[in-house]
Ligand binder design. Sequence first.
Ligand code: COA
Length: 260
Amino acid sequence: MSDPLLLIETLGAVRRITIDRPEKLNALNRATLEALHRAFAEAAEDTAVRVVILTGAGDKAFVAGADIAELAGLSPIEARATSRLGQQLMTRIEQLGKPVLAQVNGYCLGGGMELAMACHLRVASEKARFGQPEVQLGLIPGFGGTQRLLRLAGRGAALELCLTGQQIDAQRAWQLGLVNRVVAPEALATETLALAEQLAGLAPQALRGVLDAVLTGGESALATGLEFETQAFAVAFSTADMREGTTAFLERRKPSFTGR
Ligand code: COA
């Protein structure tokens, strides 16, 4: 599969999707949003893909936001459709059913931060910079930023970042719980791939159960989340991978998961 706005690589069981618009700091225009929709739909369907990495081309930016040149001319009706298109992409990523890792190599602003927050884990370069600068344009985040930042880092951080539009560095983002790991720029690709390969070696149905339980629990009362966890726990016992994982432990050998 190829798309002029994306570079799509298959690295064993890992699918790496690179937004390839470095001359515009990988800004999300409509065509890029649509290309990402297609790429993630394809990654979801392909059972050979166990983990997805999302990154941006070049060494300057992950994604510097929604494309301001396009936003500038939108009517309110078109703006609503753009927000929906962006939000639907973020939801598609969040609900992919397999882990998605954001490899944040530089500016991660506006729609870029919203994209990174829709991913399940974020690995950032020490040079990465984060922010929701929309207020500085007279806008507000429209691809889920106000909601996911609130859920990821709490009301204080969400209000601070969205109200001021200020950028923060990777270390501060780590302190706020916005990123999982901060690594040297030259180690970013290898560290992210190593983490992806580690996850790709695990039982996919177990990973799916964790994703479903955590995402569902984040939006429910504790009792509802606990019940969901119980059901997902029971479902794991129907998989060959669960038999393999427990048997391998008891036989003191490495498990070999097949995805069944
Ligand atoms: N939308 C459209 N184009 C963008 C963009 C965006 N969000 N971010 C960067 N670009 C474009 C610039 O217009 C420029 O294009 P040009 O060379 O054709 O003029 C190119 O990418 C390089 O960006 P530039 O601003 O020259 O780089 P810089 O190193 O001076 O500054 C940033 C980098 C990230 C600080 C700056 O580009 C910026 O503030 N971008 C907008 C961030 C933002 O507000 N995002 C939220 C959007 S809702």
